[in-house]
Write a protein that binds this ligand. Structure first.
Ligand SMILES: NC(=O)c1ccc[n+]([C@@H]2O[C@H](COP(=O)([O-])OP(=O)(O)OC[C@H]3O[C@@H](n4cnc5c(N)ncnc54)[C@H](O)[C@@H]3O)[C@@H](O)[C@H]2O)c1
Length: 349
C-alpha cells in the first residue's frame, strides 16, 4: 500500500475544520501539521496529534508537507498559495481564488512557471448530481440551451454578521455565496459573454449588498437570470435545496436552478428532466418528466480525493486557478455593471 500523502492545513477556522472531517474519510492522505495565528488552534492541533505553527512559512520549512489545504481569509489566499508553490507544495485553495484579478494572474503564472498545481475549492462541481447534470447537457438532452434561471434566496440570521469581516466591504454575498452559483452556471452552461446587474444594501443597511438581480448572456446564446438575497424568508437556494451540507434543513421539493432548452428542461438539484414524447410536441401535449438517477457522495470528500490525485500528479485540477479566476472575473463584471448601469463583459484570464 502507498504511504499516505502528508497534508498540512493553513487556517483552522470553520471551513478548515470541515476539510479535516472529510480528510478522515480518506486513507490515501494524512494530516501532518496545522498553521493558524490564533493561539487557541495549538490545542486543536495537539488533540489531533499533529504539529502546530503560528506561521505557515515556518510550517512549510519544518513539517515539509507534500500538499496543503488553504482555508485562511480571502485576502491572504494568493500570497499564501504562492508561498506554498515556491516550496513545491500543491494546494487546495479555498474560494474565492483571490480578491482581485491582477493577483490571480500572478498566481496562475506562479503555478504555470513552477509546474505545481492549484485546485480551487469550488466544491459543488464535485457533487455527483452536478457531474450528472453536466453529462446530460453535454449529451444534448436539452437540445439548444436557451433559458437559465438561478435562485439564491434565504435568510442569514443577524448573528452571522457579528463576525467583523462579514460586515466589511468585499465580504458581501456576491463574493461569499453567489460565487458558488455563478461558478456552477459557468460549469454547466458555459462562459458568460455579458452581464447587466442591480445590487442593493437597502434591506440590512450594511456596507455589502443584500439583494441582487443579474442578467446573463452566455457565449452559446442562452440568456439567464440570477436573483439573490440573504435577507428573505424563502426556500430557494442550493444550500437549502441540495442537502449537500446537513447544517441546512433540507427543502427536498424546491429547485434552485431551472435550465431550459429547445428539446427539454432540467430542474436542479432534483435532476428532474422535462420533455415531450414527440420531438415536435408543444404546449397542448402532456409534458413528461423523469428524475435522472445518480449515486450520491459528499462533494467535499470527493474534492479531497481529487486533490490527492492532483497532488500526486495523476490528474489535472477540475478547477484550476485560471478557471476560478474566470468566475472571479464574472463577479467583477457584475459589480461593474451594477455601478455603471451598463452591460459589462468579464475580463479574460
Ligand atoms: N467552499 C465553501 O463552501 C466555503 C464555505 C465557507 C468558507 N469558505 C472559505 O474558507 C475560507 C475561510 O473561511 P471560514 O469561514 O473558515 O473563516 P474563519 O474566520 O472561520 O476561519 C479563518 C481562519 O484563518 C485563520 N487565519 C487568519 N490569518 C491566517 C494566516 N495568515 N495563516 C493561517 N491562518 C490564518 C484565522 O485565525 C481563522 O482560524 C474563506 O476563504 C472562505 O471564503 C468556503
Amino acid at each position: 500500500m502507498q504511504t499516505p500523502l502528508s497534508i498540512a492545513l493553513i487556517g483552522a477556522g470553520s471551513m478548515g475544520q470541515q476539510h479535516l472531517e472529510h480528510l478522515e474519510n480518506l486513507s490515501q492522505a494524512k494530516l501532518c501539521a496545522i498553521s493558524d495565528p490564533n493561539p487557541q488552534v495549538a490545542d486543536f492541533a495537539k488533540a489531533r496529534g499533529v504539529a502546530y505553527f503560528a506561521d505557515h512559512r515556518q510550517m512549510l520549512i519544518q513539517a515539509k508537507p507534500q500538499a496543503a489545504i488553504i482555508a485562511n481569509p480571502n485576502n491572504l489566499h494568493v500570497q499564501t498559495a504562492i508561498e506554498c508553490l515556491e516550496a513545491g507544495v500543491p494546494v487546495l485553495l479555498e474560494k474565492p481564488v483571490g480578491v482581485g484579478l491582477d493577483e490571480v494572474r500572478k498566481l496562475v503564472k506562479a503555478s504555470q512557471d513552477s509546474g505545481v498545481a492549484v485546485l480551487v475549492g469550488h466544491h459543488r462541481r464535485h457533487n455527483p448530481l452536478i457531474a450528472k447534470a453536466r453529462q446530460l447537457l453535454e449529451a444534448g438532452k436539452l437540445g439548444q440551451l436557451t433559458s437559465v434561471t438561478a435562485l439564491w434566496q434565504l435568510r442569514k440570521p443577524d448573528s452571522y454578521f457579528e463576525t467583523p469581516w462579514r460586515r466589511e466591504p468585499g465580504a458581501g454575498m456576491l463574493l461569499t455565496n453567489l460565487i458558488h452559483d455563478l461558478d456552477l452556471l459557468r460549469h454547466l452552461c458555459g462562459e458568460v459573454q455579458s452581464v447587466q446587474a442591480i445590487t442593493s444594501n437597502q434591506t440590512r443597511g450594511l456596507p455589502n449588498e443584500d439583494k441582487v438581480a443579474v442578467l446573463l448572456q452566455f457565449a452559446n446564446g442562452a440568456l439567464g437570470s440570477l436573483t439573490g438575497s440573504d435577507a428573505v424568508v424563502a426556500p430557494w437556494s442550493w444550500e437549502l435545496c441540495s442537502a449537500e451540507n446537513p447544517i441546512y434543513p433540507h427543502q427536498a421539493d424546491q429547485p434552485c436552478y431551472l435550465l431550459a432548452g429547445t428539446e427539454g428542461a432540467l430542474s436542479l438539484p432534483q435532476l428532474k428532466h422535462w420533455h415531450y414524447a414527440e420531438a415536435d410536441g408543444g404546449w397542448h401535449q402532456p409534458l413528461l418528466s423523469d428524475v435522472q438517477p445518480y449515486t450520491d457522495a459528499p462533494a467535499l470528500t470527493r474534492q479531497l480525493a481529487h486533490f490527492i490525485e492532483v497532488a500526486q500528479g495523476n490528474a489535472e485540477p477540475l478547477v484550476s486557478a485560471a478557471d476560478a479566476g474566470r468566475t472571479l472575473a464574472l463577479i467583477e463584471a457584475i459589480r461593474q455593471a451594477a455601478e455603471s448601469g451598463q452591460a459589462c463583459t468579464p475580463e479574460q484570464i
